[in-house]
Design a protein around this ligand. Sequence first.
Ligand code: CP3
Length: 365
Amino acid sequence: MPGVHIACWLVALAPAATSKEPLLVRAAKGQAVEKTPVWMMRQAGRHMKVYRDLVQTYPTFRQRSETPDVSLEISLQPYRAYKTDGVILFSDILTPLPAMGVDFDISEGGGITIDPIRTRDAFDRMASAPPFCPEKDVAFVGNVLKRLREELAGTDATVLGFVGLPFTLASYVVEGATGTKNGFAEFRALRERDPSLCDDILSLLADKIAQYAIYQIDSGAQVVQVFDSWAGHLEPDQFDTWALPYQKRVVEAIKAARPDTPLIIYMAPDTHSKGGALIHKLASTGVNLVSVDHTVDIAEARKLLDAAGYEKVGLQGNLDPAILRDGSPEEIVSAAESILQKVGNTGHVMNLGHGIEATTPEENA
Ligand code: CP3
């Protein structure tokens, strides 16, 4: 049956002949690449005038992030301005919460308000919300990701999705606000008072967040970054109990369902995470890349991961956002080049150590 043979031959050739994966995807997979890809955390947002202008027309964060045409436009703004290799969905880690039984609001000053979950009764109400159905509940996210892929077809740019990890999301859910202002006191008290309720909250979030990440991948996200921004304030034993197991649960569930999609993990610098103190634990979750903040030298971060047996886990980062905000052009270039020289092209994605500061001049970016 010669026809069958020809068909099989064509199928076997097709992927290599027609679709080389974009630079950032290849780099995230640890492949040798011709240059280091770059994007910036929180690249879409307040530091850009085109964004601030849009705020006049769409005054609330939820409008801007939940109206597909607007979110699509904002996601593309930094790509148009800087030709970043990564284009991240304009959204928030809190976006899926209403569909998980927790409503929220964000004020223009960045203040977050949530009706907090601190009792078994409140949790039961959260858990009895209709089953999370991303296709229906957050269809606007899928719509934007799909259209980003269409807009960027034929370019070498990569579409990134993202989710918050259970500990960081639970900190908002339990505090009813950001925990950064009170040292996460409510969540700490609840862990002491009712650890089993905390486990239930974190487990529920873990399972739904994994489902949400898989939905983003199926909608067009080619890489997913998972954020546990606030887990670095936990003492090491607390981190092992309350952050790491749920990070693993999310990463393992995504990898089991969509093994080909690279994952990047990020945690902000804090008392117990600075200096790269926890990066080997982040690497142990099964991600492809660990995004490192600017409190560790990137060569040191590489050594730490290698020494812990994670030679295959790559790095993202780690330019200090303050240098990007305040530095002269020469200082910025020199700080960036120093990072690039220390880690080389392979197994590295250039980025900031945290999000771009809202007051960063666009010329600097
Ligand atoms: O900053 C991080 O550590 C990343 C993880 C994270 C995001 N949102 C991802 C994000 C965290 C911790 C949040 C919570 C959140 N949401 C805050 C922090 C509040 C606090 O102190 O606890 C705020 C202010 C928001 C609301 C929000 N989200 C705004 C105003 C914006 C616009 C961007 C900006 O900063 O001007 C966002 C967008 C956002 N949050 C993105 C991501 C990945 C968009 C994609 C991007 O461009 O990176």
